[in-house]
Design a protein around this ligand. Structure first.
Ligand code: GLA
Length: 384
């Protein structure tokens, strides 16, 4: 369906046909705001993402059409060619970062793209877009860029062209995703391991609050600055080797309590606890101990709501509701400030939980949450 829709627009704008590429949005079982602190994350790619039809056009310009937004853009490869539409800046950024990484090897192309990962729902639609184009351009031009660098190209696009100082999790999951497996990633070394995830007797489901807060990216960047401020204070307090909050033990944080703001202290406290929770969840999964996995998810929600302060009334409501229903684990997922909760639900509770959540959320906020059952899927790829 999506392929036909894209091809129709490709033909209309450019004529003929190109190659199809796709990449995925992501979920994250646990480990939020730990990536830019050198810690661990535990994401997986999902069955919702972005798809593009692309063909080199023999010029040094890019012509691209967003099927969903019914909008198009054209740009060259100089900084001053940056398009104004925010969706087009992701693609422009990927091109510029490829040039910075590989030299002026890029060639002009025509593309039409569409997606089914909801925008602003914390499922990384932007990473899916970056990964689709980074993967496609590398493949079509035979640039030989490894997957780690493809993920970094997407991350640097966010930093340098979209104003979000994000970590590596979203782009990594989108590029490295594998059907049926979560990825435990060490964001300092980029060592990773696939964990087949088939929780017998449970389901993962996202409840989308359909809330999207303005200024989320500046609030996100401020969280990152808080973390860096605490790292600097700990370094100055006699631990010069400390590079990230990952390296800070609770007693080291205690040493700087009077030297950083109460707010920065809370932010760091959350991150240090969250990094440990990822390790605990991986251990629990080895034992098929889903009770512990779920309990850690609730702890994450509490920390994100009270210490990191990236939740909102709608997400807290969905989390409370999950707890009341006896759902095994539930928490706000992704950067926060709106978007989804991720829920680990026993099979036999699933229908009852969803029905109650839809009913009670609508009664309280005037619209239903959207429900997305999680299917862990492949990341960036060429389609046949
Ligand atoms: C956003 C960022 C990621 C990560 C998460 C929070 O999705 O893009 O790098 O920091 O928030 O875990």
């Amino acid at each position: 369906m999506m392929k036909e829709k894209i091809h129709e627009q490709f033909q209309k704008h450019f004529g003929g046909s190109g190659d199809f590429y796709a990449s995925a949005g992501r979920i994250n079982l646990i480990g939020e705001h730990t990536d830019y602190n050198g810690g661990f994350v535990f994401p997986g790619a999902i069955d919702k993402g972005m798809m593009a039809e692309i063909r080199l056009n023999g010029t040094d310009r890019v012509r691209v059409c967003s099927v969903d937004l019914n909008d198009s853009a054209e740009f060259g490869f100089r900084e001053e060619d940056a398009p104004s539409a925010s969706w087009a800046r992701y693609i422009f950024g990927v091109c510029m970062e490829i040039i910075k990484s590989r030299g002026p090897l890029l060639k002009g192309f025509d593309a039409a793209f569409a997606g089914d990962v909801p925008l602003g729902a914390g499922m990384s639609s932007s990473a899916a877009l970056e990964s689709t184009f980074a993967f496609a351009l590398d493949d079509m031009l035979g640039l030989g860029i490894d997957k780690f660098e493809l993920a970094r190209i997407g991350q640097r696009t966010e930093h340098n062209y979209c104003g979000v100082k994000c970590g590596i999790m979203d782009q990594f999951a989108s590029i490295f995703g594998k059907a049926g497996s979560l990825i435990r990633l060490d964001c300092r070394s980029l060592e990773y391991r696939y964990y087949p995830f088939h929780p017998h007797g449970y389901r993962l489901v996202l409840l989308d609050s359909a809330v999207k807060h303005e200024l989320a990216s500046s609030a996100y960047n401020r969280r990152r600055t808080s973390c860096e401020t605490v790292v600097a204070a700990v370094k100055a307090a006699g631990h010069p080797w400390v590079e990230f909050l990952r390296d800070v033990r609770p007693e080291m944080l205690e040493e700087v309590r009077g030297k950083v703001s109460a707010e920065d202290y809370m932010r760091a406290e959350y991150v240090i606890e969250e990094i440990q929770r990822v390790i605990d969840v991986c251990d629990a999964l080895e034992r098929d101990d889903y009770g512990t996995v779920g309990a850690k998810m609730y702890e994450t929600h509490h920390g994100m709501s009270r210490l990191y302060e990236v939740s909102c009334p709608e997400l807290d409501f969905l989390n409370d509701l999950a707890r009341e229903c006896g759902v095994t684990g539930s928490r706000v997922m992704g950067g926060g400030f709106g978007g989804c909760t991720i829920n680990l639900v026993k099979d036999n509770l699933y229908d009852e939980f969803i029905a109650k959540a839809v009913r009670e959320y609508a009664a309280r906020f005037g619209h239903e949450p959207k429900i997305y059952p999680v299917v862990i899927s492949d990341g960036a790829r060429k389609l046949e």
